[in-house]
Design a protein around this ligand. Structure first.
Ligand SMILES: [Mn+2]
Length: 311
């Protein structure tokens, strides 16, 4: 703390090089000003399966992630608000409000926000094409990457029925695939009519853990199949709570994961490069790095002390 001592004396002498060397680590120890964190600038961010309105929703981690980014376009790829859960009983802590407020703030500050309805928030589907508070509602979307690729953005629940019979599709071919896609929609319309909850693949998967890997694989292939039929270069979806980037034939399959279990997002940089962000892993890495900076600082203090002894 030599420089401060100099100030108290009122002397105008400049601190010596040694004073500066010892004062820098002390300055590094100061906490960052509140709210200061350089934001990661991204072209596009995709998040889905937040399940606001459920106890499983990891709103705190999501708020932390959203505060760390700045993007041109934010896609909310379905199951953002869990309407099914809320219809059985209201659960809405402050943090869930904070997520909504943060997203609206991003829209207000110029981020294009597109909300794609999923199966848990399918009550939003009739409002597709409308815009609320700067948030565009859609059933699905086509995203063009910085390097000119066309990506279908869809929640993915439309493929549940296909996946269930995926094993048969190899024998039955494309016609059966189309029929199954349509059936899936009709089954759920009928179920809704009888006030039965939406039949969901992920719920089904949880009951049959043994086959989960196979189901995930079948889902990925069913989605890629649809993307290829549409003539797009890739597809971004959510729904199965399993982040992934995988080339399937000539289509790239992207899944942005969820904010219940894994807390992951997909991000596109200015060049069109898309990657998965695993937020808990990034936090752990940042903590480890700041730990090693502290250790290095301690080490440099020891070295300064040693030099003094030498002199
Ligand atoms: Mn879903």
């Amino acid at each position: 703390m030599a420089p401060r001592a100099l100030m108290k004396d009122g002397r105008k002498a400049l601190p010596s090089a040694m004073d500066l060397a010892t004062s820098i680590p002390a300055w590094l120890d100061l906490p960052e000003p509140r709210g200061f964190r350089p934001k990661r600038k991204l072209r596009t961010v995709w998040i889905s399966d937040i399940h606001l309105g459920t106890k499983g929703c990891n709103a705190a981690l999501l708020l932390d992630f959203l505060a760390s980014i700045e993007c041109e376009t934010l896609y909310l790829v379905g199951d953002i608000v869990d309407g099914w859960r809320l219809s059985r009983g209201w659960y809405w802590p402050d943090e869930h409000n904070e997520v909504v407020r943060r997203v609206l703030k991003m829209a207000h500050r110029g981020t294009r926000v597109v909300l794609i309805a999923g199966n848990h928030d399918e009550m939003l589907r009739p409002y597709a094409g409308m815009s609320f508070g700067g948030v565009e509602l859609a059933l699905d979307a086509i995203h063009v990457t910085a390097d000119g690729r066309q990506l279908l953005v869809t929640h993915g629940d439309g493929f549940d029925g296909v996946v269930l019979y995926a094993r048969w599709l190899a024998f039955l071919g494309d016609k059966a695939y189309e029929v199954l896609l349509k059936t899936n929609r009709w089954v759920n319309i009928v179920r809704r009519h009888f006030r039965l909850p939406y039949w969901s693949l992920s719920a089904y998967m949880k009951k049959r853990v043994k086959n989960a890997v196979q189901f995930i694989c079948d889902f990925e292939e069913a989605v890629a199949h649809a993307a290829r039929d549409m003539g797009v270069d890739g597809v971004v979806c959510g729904h199965i709570h399993c982040a992934e980037i995988r080339q399937i034939g000539d289509v790239t399959y992207y899944n942005d994961g969820d904010w219940v279990e894994s807390c992951t997002a997909l991000v596109e940089d200015a060049q069109g490069q898309i990657s998965i962000i695993d937020w808990p892993a990034e936090i752990a890495a940042a903590q480890a790095a700041s730990g090693s900076i502290a250790a290095a600082t301690d080490e440099s203090r020891k070295n300064v002390g040693r030099k003094k002894e030498d002199a």
